[in-house]
Write a protein that binds this ligand. Structure first.
Ligand code: 3PG
Ligand code: CO
Length: 555
């Protein structure tokens, strides 16, 4: 038989248009002044909540439920969309790297051996996010890798550090850099020439995603490879402290800098014969740099000088492109995703978001795989994002355009599943601008309305959920849940995601009477959603998928 063939659901019909709506960064928390969702006017999401418990509930979106190492790990879009699309929980990059470092296996793999070939004559460069956020990278992993590389023969090491302030508090980069400097100093005592070579804020230097703005990657390239940047410092801690004083500066948008020696010469450009490891485990914001480092033919910006290096990613970032070709830790193998199953069972699929989240409902949804499963049955639409602005300047982003395109896809009757990501709660939430985030949440709610109206018109079904929390809590809190104040008595703004659960709602004229959320899955999470919408398409989910959240009771 055909291994891809899904069984018919015993009770649920086929042929309904199903809209799967993902609100990015939309968790559930008690209403209060720092809960931008509760403050915002969100009549549509509010009305869905009234359908509880049959048609609205909460699901887990952080920690073990999405394959992260601990229950203290907040959710994020990568692991969230992986779980939503794959219907199963995979040990994710953060955890796989922890294990590979703990067992020492990381040093035995092909990737590290390839890197090691440069240790005799060349320098080892480590490029990545300096943060303990656990979303893209972790500082403790970087420190272990530094020590391990030295023990395995690296004699000259240069770190190119990107400051965070997005998955962690703004300003925390100073402390992270001090910690890094302590470790590098210890290595120097042991005779390893180990230093920071360059830096810059993650949103301005290197870590763009989905090809939104190649200038970001170019700024990083200039500093990391060419040793050129508008700011030069001798000391990286001082660099961060000084650059944070520039107008409008913060960790996320810190200007690029290089570290220079007493003769004003950059201490660590990337040269022929060097090794480069990008130490982020998360893919989306490393793919562009990986292309610049690996591809011979490359026309996204002028690289000026292309060093002959041995390059490896912490993980392989794109399974379809096999990029990078060398990596230290094998990524989770997320195959047999719901997207692939549904397409192979004839479900015509439409997916849409704007650039900054486009890969979330395509690449992450499909198990970190770019491209279509079947071009004839699928259409992925990317609405261009604004580039060069922070999203608090335009909190509506492209929510309306995303909703319109998806509405048109629904009304065209050409698709069985339409899925979309509405980014506002997350992207504006990350700016820490509470007022703008409130506007963002309203815009997201307006977008949902447009989709729900279209589903009403075609007699379809909707499933509304989110990938992780963000906008529902904009303040850092103590263990008791009280807002924390800084030295000056101001509240500490929380730019990051949260550990809150997210809502899921189902409905629409196509939902047959008797369909309701089960009550026997109180700890259900994002990975239970795929089986749920497969049912709504009239199929049983594969037996190894996490169980569906719904049941059909006879009335
Ligand atoms: C980012 O990359 O923007 C943040 O680190 C995480 O946000 P996301 O997981 O919502 O994309
Ligand atoms: Co986010």
């Amino acid at each position: 038989g055909d291994a891809w063939k899904l069984k018919d659901h015993p009770k649920l019909p086929k042929g309904k248009t199903v809209a799967v709506i993902v609100l990015d960064g939309w968790g559930e928390a008690k209403p209060n002044e720092y809960n931008a969702i509760s403050v915002a006017e969100t009549p549509v999401m509010d009305s869905l909540k009234k359908g509880a418990p049959e048609h609205w509930r909460l699901i887990k979106a952080h920690g073990n439920a999405v394959g992260l190492p601990t229950e203290d790990d907040m959710g994020n879009s990568e692991v969230g969309h992986n779980a939503l699309g794959a219907g199963r929980i995979f040990a994710q990059g953060a955890k796989l790297v922890d294990q590979a470092l703990a067992s020492g296996k990381i040093y035995e793999g092909e990737g590290f051996k390839y890197i090691k070939e440069c240790f005799d004559k060349g320098t080892l460069h480590l490029i990545g996010l300096l943060s303990d956020g656990g979303v893209h990278s972790r500082l403790d992993q970087l420190l272990l890798l530094l020590k391990g590389a030295a023990e395995h023969g690296a004699k000259r090491i240069r770190v190119h550090a990107l400051t965070d302030g997005r998955d962690v508090l703004d300003g925390s980069s100073v402390g992270f850099m001090e910690t890094l400097e302590n470790t590098l100093a210890k290595l120097r005592e042991q005779g390893v020439d180990a230093r920071v070579a360059s830096g810059g804020g993650r949103m301005y230097v290197t870590m763009d995603r989905y090809e939104n703005d190649w200038d970001v990657v170019k700024r990083g390239w200039d500093a990391q490879v060419r040793g050129e940047a508008p700011f030069k410092f001798k000391d990286p801690v001082e660099a961060i402290k000084k650059l944070r004083q520039e107008p409008n500066a913060n960790d996320q948008y810190l200007a690029p800098f290089v570290i220079v020696d007493d003769k004003a010469k950059p201490v660590g450009p990337i040269l022929d014969g060097d090794a480069v490891v990008t130490f982020n485990f998360r893919a989306d914001r490393m793919v562009m740099l990986a292309k610049a480092l690996e591809y011979e033919n490359f026309d996204k910006f002028d690289r000026v000088r292309v060093p002959k290096i041995h390059f490896a990613g912490m993980l392989q970032y794109d399974g379809e492109l096999k990029l990078p070709s060398k990596y230290l830790v094998s990524p989770p193998e997320i195959g047999r995703t719901s997207g692939e199953y549904l397409v192979r069972n004839g479900i015509r699929t439409f997916a849409c978001s704007e650039t900054v989240k486009f890969g979330h409902v395509t690449f992450f949804w499909n198990g970190n795989r770019s491209g279509y499963f079947d071009e004839k049955l699928e259409e992925y639409v990317e609405i261009p994002s604004d580039s060069g602005i922070t999203f608090n300047v335009k909190p509506k982003m492209q929510a309306l355009e995303i909703a319109e395109r998806t509405r048109d896809a629904i009304l065209s009757h050409k698709f069985d599943q339409v899925r979309l990501n509405i980014p506002n709660g997350d992207m504006v939430g990350h700016t820490g601008d509470i007022k703008a985030t409130i506007e963002a949440c309203k815009a997201a709610d307006d977008g949902v309305k447009m989709i729900l109206d279209a589903i009403e018109q075609v007699g379809g079904i909707y499933l509304v959920t989110a990938d992780h929390g963000n906008a529902e809590d904009m303040v850092k809190r103590n263990k008791k849940g009280e807002p924390l104040l800084d030295k000056n008595g101001n509240i500490q703004i929380l730019t990051s995601h949260t550990c809150e659960p997210v809502p899921i709602a189902i409905g629409g004229p196509g939902l047959i009477p008797g369909v309701r959320f089960r009550t026997d899955l109180p700890t259900g999470g994002l990975a239970n959603v795929a089986a749920t919408f497969m049912n709504l398409h009239g199929f049983e989910a594969p037996s190894d998928y996490e169980p569906t959240l719904i049941e059909v009771v006879d009335n």
